[in-house]
Design a protein around this ligand. Structure first.
Ligand SMILES: Nc1c(NC[C@H](O)[C@H](O)[C@H](O)CO)[nH]c(=O)[nH]c1=O
Ligand SMILES: CC(=O)[C@@H](O)COP(=O)(O)O
Length: 191
């Protein structure tokens, strides 16, 4: 379903897990800051609306969307967070640079989700025009920052539940090393 058929800011608060004990890192690109500030506002408001204490929201700025990868990596390595939200806005220009930035940041954030134990939420607009970005950062289609914050709450909860139940996880998955449930240390299974 395309964004034009789904308002990005709509969520059912009653259907969400409690987020009051979670800590969130938010890495914000300074490129197109008129848009990324709107995305951050949407994310911050959604986190606060779900009882996340203001002191549990850690914000770092990076120069552009490509730097979201390194910023998110250092955030999850150095800060005690339950999820990271990467906020950026990439807008098509005259050259192919758009393609490389979008692909690079997409792959980089995907890699962080595969290689680390902290969910990193992809809140990067990849638009053809500034108007499309305006429409998706608090405009007629809602705010992708709100959507990203809700995703971060849900993924932090999944991570929490998985760590609580890992003793009952499939022996095959764990012994194969397919899952590393702690920070890069394979779980030692007791015979
Ligand atoms: N054109 C946009 C960029 N370009 C900059 C790159 O993200 C990066 O900062 C630079 O290549 C140095 O490594 N970034 C955006 O976030 N949005 C754009 O529209
Ligand atoms: C995504 C970009 O890097 C792009 O907006 C830069 O503009 P241009 O392709 O005209 O150099």
């Amino acid at each position: 379903m395309a964004t034009i058929n789904k308002n990005l800011s709509v969520y059912d608060k009653s259907a969400l897990p409690s987020a009051k004990d979670f800590r969130f890192g938010v890495v914000v690109s300074e490129w197109n800051e008129n848009i990324t500030e709107g995305l951050y506002k949407g994310a911050e408001e959604a986190l606060l609306d779900n009882e996340v204490p203001a002191e549990n929201i850690i914000r770092w700025n990076v120069p552009g969307s490509f730097e979201l990868i390194y910023g998110a990596k250092k955030m999850l390595q150095t800060q005690k967070v339950d999820a990271v939200i990467a906020i950026g806005c990439v807008i098509q220009g005259q050259t192919k640079h758009f393609d490389f930035v979008c692909e690079g940041v997409t792959q980089g954030i995907k890699d962080l989700n595969v290689q680390t134990d902290i969910p990193v939420i992809f809140c990067v607009l990849t638009d053809n025009t500034m108007q499309q970005s305006i429409d998706r950062s608090g405009g007629i289609h809602g705010n992708k920052g709100t959507e990203a914050a809700i995703a971060a709450i849900k993924m932090a909860y999944i991570r929490q539940q998985a760590s609580l139940t890992h003793g009952f996880a499939s022996q095959n998955l764990l012994t194969s090393g397919a899952i590393q449930l702690d920070e890069g240390t394979p779980l030692e299974l007791k015979e």
